[in-house]
Design a protein around this ligand. Structure first.
Ligand code: NAD
Length: 291
C-alpha cells in the first residue's frame, strides 16, 4: 500500500515535529489538536523552525514553502479519518489515546493504517480497542523529530506484515533509520533511558548532588551531550513520570519506582521546558537550576 496522506493527532512538541518531517518528505499532512491554541502554536513553531533552516542555508526556500503548503491544521478529529496513515501523538495517557482511537473509529477509511508515537504504553492493548488491530503498530519518534535519526518500530501481537513493511518504507522515505522493538513496556530506548533519568532525580532527592553537579558529572563524565535532568526537562516531566508508571506497573519491579521528587515537580506543574520551569527555570535569558 502506498501512503500519500498522513494525519497527526496532537500538536505538541512531538506531533509538530512529526507533521514537519512528513510534510518535508512530500506527504500531505493534516495536524490535529483538541486545543486550538496548541494547534496554532504547533503550526507556528513548524513554520518558524523551517524558515530558520532556510536562513541558515540548510533548506531551500522553495522546498520550505512547498512543505508548508502541504501542511494543514484542524481541531476536528474526524477529518483525519479518511487519510492513509494516522500517527497518534497526543499526551502520554492511555485513556486519552483510547478516546482518540474511539473518536476516529467511525470515520476511518478501510485502508487507513493506525500508529501511535507512545513512549511506553502497550501497542497490543491500544490496538485491541480499535476495529483494526492487524493494521495498528507503534511508530516511535525521538525528540526533536527533525533532528533525531532513529524511529522505533513496534508490532503489536496482531500487527500484520503488510502494515509493518508499509510503515518501515515510510520511515525510509522520511530519511530516518528504524530499530525494531518488541511490545514490552517502554520498548528499547525508554526502557534504558528513563530509569537513568529517574535515578538522576533520586540522586538529587537524596542530596548526593545539585542539579548543576549531576548534569555536569554526566555530561563530562560519560560524554552525554545533555545531562539527565536537562534531558528530563526537554522530554517533559509529565511524560517522564507517565513512562516510569508504565514501567513500574507493567514490569512489577520496585526498581522502576518513580522518584517522589519527580512526582512533586509534576504536581507543581513544573513540567520542564514546555511549561517554562522544571529542574531548570527557563523564564530568563539562561536556564537557572531550581535546586
Ligand atoms: P505535549 O504535552 O508537548 O503535547 C501533547 C499534545 O496533545 C498537546 O498539544 C495536547 O493539547 C494534545 N492533546 C491532548 N489530548 C488530545 C486529544 N484528545 N486530541 C488531540 N490532541 C490532544 O507532549 P509530547 O512531548 O508531544 O508527547 C506526545 C506523545 O509523544 C506522547 O505519547 C509521548 O510519550 C510521545 N513521545 C514524547 C517524546 C518526548 O521527548 N517528549 C519522545 C518520543 C515520544
Amino acid at each position: 500500500m502506498e501512503i500519500k496522506t498522513v494525519g497527526v493527532v496532537g500538536a505538541g512538541q512531538m506531533g509538530a515535529g512529526i507533521a514537519q518531517v512528513f510534510a518535508q518528505a512530500g506527504y500531505e499532512v493534516l495536524l490535529n489538536d483538541i486545543n486550538q491554541e496548541a494547534l496554532d502554536a504547533g503550526l507556528a513553531r513548524i513554520a518558524k523552525g523551517m524558515r530558520r533552516m532556510v536562513e541558515r542555508g540548510k533548506l531551500d526556500a522553495e522546498s520550505c514553502e512547498a512543505a508548508l503548503a502541504r501542511l494543514k491544521g484542524t481541531t476536528v478529529l474526524a477529518e483525519l479519518g479518511p487519510l492513509d496513515l494516522i500517527v497518534e501523538s497526543a499526551t502520554e495517557n492511555e485513556t486519552i489515546k483510547n478516546r482518540i482511537f474511539a473518536g476516529l473509529k467511525e470515520h476511518l477509511g478501510s485502508q487507513t493504517l493506525l500508529t501511535t508515537n507512545t513512549s511506553s504504553i502497550s501497542i497490543t492493548r491500544l490496538a485491541s480497542l480499535t476495529d483494526r488491530p492487524e493494521r495498528f503498530m507503534g511508530l516511535h519518534f525521538m525528540n526533536p523529530v527533525p533532528v533525531m535519526q532513529l524511529v522505533e518500530l513496534i508490532r503489536g501481537i496482531a500487527t500484520d506484515d503488510a502494515t509493518f513493511q508499509t510503515v518501515r518504507k515510510v520511515v525510509e522515505n522520511l530519511g530516518k533509520t528504524h530499530a525494531t522493538a518488541e511490545d514490552f513496556p517502554a520498548f528499547i530506548v525508554n526502557r534504558i533511558l528513563l530509569p537513568m533519568i529517574n535515578e538522576a532525580v533520586y540522586t538529587l532527592y537524596e542530596g548526593v548532588g545539585s542539579v548543576d553537579s549531576i548534569d555536569k558529572a554526566m555530561k563530562l563524565g560519560t560524554n552525554h551531550p545533555m545531562g539527565p535532568l536537562e534531558l528530563a526537562d526537554f522530554i517533559g516531566l509529565d511524560t517522564c513520570l507517565a513512562i516510569m508508571h508504565v514501567l513500574h506497573e507493567g514490569l512489577a519491579d520496585t526498581k522502576y519506582r518513580p522518584c517522589p521528587l519527580l512526582v512533586k515537580y509534576v504536581e507543581a506543574g513544573w513540567l520542564g521546558r514546555k511549561s517554562g520551569r522544571g529542574f531548570y527555570d527557563y523564564r530568563g535569558e539562561t536556564p537557572v537550576p531550581t535546586r
